[in-house]
Ligand binder design. Structure first.
Ligand code: GLN
Length: 541
């Protein structure tokens, strides 16, 4: 029997609903339950794939090729459960579906309305594609009171009503702010937010209160009383020093206990030893390395959420703290200075789009190659490293990517045809932008004897992709002669997936996004190895 836990947020945005949902998933899992996490996003885009990283942060890609909200990354990092297309929906998807059905005549002449047709589509989504999960934790994006959120709240109200409290639970996350002039924590915004929710027919069962300082027991009791929740169901959530301390912190405050009580289930206490170990390693590192990340979206670090986490996991694996210098690649284009890279122990060029800043990334790859500094190129970062090698090692000064317009030596070019399983996928320059990249998990054969083979310890790997352009296999020979090894290829041998310089201490480019699969308790081998190389580098400096 699957139970549903709905998580809403109030008072302000950015309270960490995603992390709370992820931590609840982890706690239930640690009590022996099978969980699944989902996100309902009220915005009108069909998916976040077409949104600017400055607006929305990272686009998280699933194995089955969906471009989803970055919260799904938290879910996966905390539970290890691979998310799927069916774990994230938006208003845009719901309406696309409802309108297509209306056009087909599926509604048999009915007037198509938000209630019941849109809400039915949301309810169907919430309950779709579920197997033997004990719990589905379902986060509602946005804040209570948002106009776009109304159909979603109505849908979860109906689901709660249909399933009853034995199978559904509502958690509301709010803020209890400290007012300096009154020297007091204030509960009123929480009361108002819960009232708003109640006016929509939803009575939360648990209220989780974010606060930057200890909330007195009397204030929590007051919240419970005014918000009509059981004693002990108003739970404080204090700021913690690392996000991986959240599951333990919530457990100590009794959150998972309150959830079990609500459902009347007896479960053994959670085994949080993996979390305690990760947190211990983060809190007590043995040394520090500095990584220079040369990107474009450095003003909004949410754009590199999974990357930042994967780097820290690499640190956990090596018992070091990873300090990241976020560097805007454009600074390397002005007067050719690359000073900011002088003191870093590793250089990482992450995924990116468009010509702006590309030359700076190429310059960073050159610096890393020539100065023997560990280099990790991810997606765009691999493409720029290949262009650099073509220009400066293979005597192809006109080498470039067709992403920036036509060029004489397109060592990176538009991918128009590729194999996905047994099917051929085709695109051209006029294809729609949304959802048409090479997306999701693809296999890659790893060359025995290469460094990447040593890192993975495997002949065949599977990693997630999100890109339109591809290193052109026709340049393989000339680049290999110049010293760059094509150590990973698609199983049909057509698409370069990984490159490395065998003569360099650590220089690896990958066409996929390994950061999406790294977890604190299972750091990705490429990140573990990269940070290990950075530790070596720090000893030389
Ligand atoms: N812009 C490049 C492409 O589309 C790289 C994309 C990426 O780094 N995710 O191929």
């Amino acid at each position: 029997m699957t139970r549903f836990i709905f998580i809403t947020g109030g008072v302000v945005s950015s309270l960490g609903k995603g992390l709370t949902s992820a931590a609840i998933g982890a706690l239930l899992q640690a009590r022996g339950f099978k969980v699944r996490l989902r996100k309902l996003d009220p915005y009108l885009n069909v998916d976040p794939g077409t949104m600017s990283p400055y607006q929305h942060g990272e686009v998280y890609v699933t194995d089955d090729g969906a471009e989803t909200d970055l919260d799904l990354g938290h879910y996966e990092r905390y539970t290890g459960v691979a998310s799927r297309r069916s774990d994230n929906v938006t208003t845009g998807q719901i309406y696309t579906d409802v309108i297509a059905r209306e056009r087909r005549g599926d509604y048999l002449g009915a007037t198509v309305q938000v209630i019941p047709h849109v809400t039915d589509a949301i309810k169907a989504f919430i309950q779709s594609d579920i197997g033997d999960e004990d719990f589905v934790v379902c986060e509602i994006g946005g804040t209570v009171g948002d106009i776009e959120g109304l159909p979603f709240l109505e849908a979860i109200r109906q689901v709660g009503n249909e399933l009853g409290s034995e199978r559904s639970l509502f958690i509301h996350l709010t803020l209890v702010p400290y007012i300096a002039s009154a020297r007091e924590l204030k509960t009123k915004p929480t009361q108002h937010s819960v009232k708003e929710l109640q006016s929509l027919g939803i009575q939360p069962d648990i209220v989780v209160c974010r606060s930057d300082r200890e909330i007195p027991a009397s204030a929590l009791q007051k919240i419970a009383l005014f918000c009509n929740v059981r004693k002990g169901a108003a739970i404080q959530a204090l700021d913690v020093d690392t996000i991986y301390a959240v599951p333990r912190a919530y457990h100590e405050e009794g959150l998972d206990g309150a959830i079990c009580r609500h459902f009347g289930i007896e479960a053994p206490p959670p085994d949080l030893s993996i979390w305690d170990e990760v947190v211990e390693r983060i809190r007590r590192p043995d040394g520090e390395v500095t990584i220079g990340v040369v990107g474009k979206y450095t003003s909004l670090l949410d754009s590199y959420k999974s990357l930042a986490e994967a780097l820290s996991h690499g640190g956990v694996a090596n018992n070091v703290r990873v300090k990241v210098n976020w560097l805007d690649s454009e600074i390397f284009e002005q007067n050719g200075t690359i000073q900011q890279l002088e003191n870093v122990h590793g250089i990482l060029v992450p995924g990116g789009f468009g010509e702006r800043g590309a030359e700076g990334k190429i310059a960073a790859a050159k610096f890393a190659r020539e100065r023997q500094v560990p280099y990790f190129g991810i997606c765009f970062g691999m493409q720029m490293a290949v262009i650099e090698a073509a220009r400066n090692l293979a005597a192809l000064p006109k080498a470039g990517s067709t992403e920036f317009g036509p060029c004489e030596d397109p060592v990176v070019g538009l991918l128009t045809e590729w194999m996905h399983g047994n099917a051929v996928e085709r695109r051209n320059v006029d294809s729609e932008k949304g959802g048409t990249m090479r997306l999701g998990a693809y296999a890659c054969d790893v060359q025995p004897g290469s460094r990447t083979h040593e890192v993975y310890g495997s002949d065949r790997i599977s990693e997630r992709h999100r890109h339109r352009y591809e290193v052109n296999i026709n340049y393989r020979e000339v680049l290999e002669r110049a010293g760059m090894r094509f150590c990973g290829l698609s199983p049909d041998g057509e698409l370069p997936e990984m490159v490395e310089f065998p003569e360099h201490p650590w220089f690896i480019g990958v066409q996929f996004h390994p950061e999406l699969k790294s977890k604190p308790f299972a750091p990705h081998p490429l990140f573990t190895s990269f940070i290990e190389a950075a530790v070596q580098q720090s000893r030389l400096m």
